[in-house]
Design a protein around this ligand. Sequence first.
Ligand code: ADP
Ligand code: ADP
Length: 226
Amino acid sequence: MASVKLEHVYKVYENNVTAIKDANLEIKDKEFVVLVGPSGCGKSTLLRMIAGLEDITQGNIFIGQKLVNDVPPKDRDIAMVFQNYALYPHMTVFDNMAFGLKLRKLPKDEIQKRVHDAAELLGLMEYLDRKPKALSGGQRQRVAVGRAIVRQPQVFLFDEPLSNLDAKLRVQMRIEISKLHQRLETTMIYVTHDQVEAMTMGDRIVVLKDGVIQQVASPLELYNHP
Ligand code: ADP
Ligand code: ADP
């Protein structure tokens, strides 16, 4: 069970910028929620607070039944996929995917199995020994997704994961991520500024503006009453 709940969440940065103002949101277990809004509206901040990469100034965040305000990122049962992939350049694809599991001291054969399963799922089997620089943009993005999958988290967070890919690849990866959502049956929170991604991927869309949640609606509702 991994719902995500925000109660009166605020983020005020040290420079007094209020990036998130009184955010209230309940994301259901296994739901695919897309966060949209113009640049600077607070999407990334919101996601990073859920991941634990940013302190919250005020309010509460729950993952499942658990209050996670003071829980460090690695103990949150969450994995995040970044826009810039955040791959380690000196490590192979295998080691990039295995890294988080090694940190958590999983048994070696369990690591092997999880990495191979993820590589199979993502079409990366033949690239496991390569370094990131010997991969295409799409393959790098798959490695970043693979690194999240092997953790077997209850919640996936995506921060504009496709924005560095060309139009054709974006469509392909969009479909792949939607398929993954069905297959893994996990909760996914996905940040984008791409309307088409939001409308086609989301069970619900959260519209942010100037740090305030303006609207929470299904794609159909938004399409009919924008
Ligand atoms: P988005 O992801 O929607 O582009 P962000 O969450 O990155 O928006 O930023 C929201 C607001 O917070 C912006 O005004 C941005 O300048 C500000 N901001 C983001 N990160 C920091 C930071 N580390 N320190 C100060 N201000 C920040
Ligand atoms: P991962 O998420 O890669 O499986 P961890 O969760 O243990 O592994 O990562 C620990 C921290 O390091 C996280 O906050 C993650 O965002 C950060 N991190 C992971 N890869 C990189 C990278 N290549 N560069 C910078 N930070 C990274």
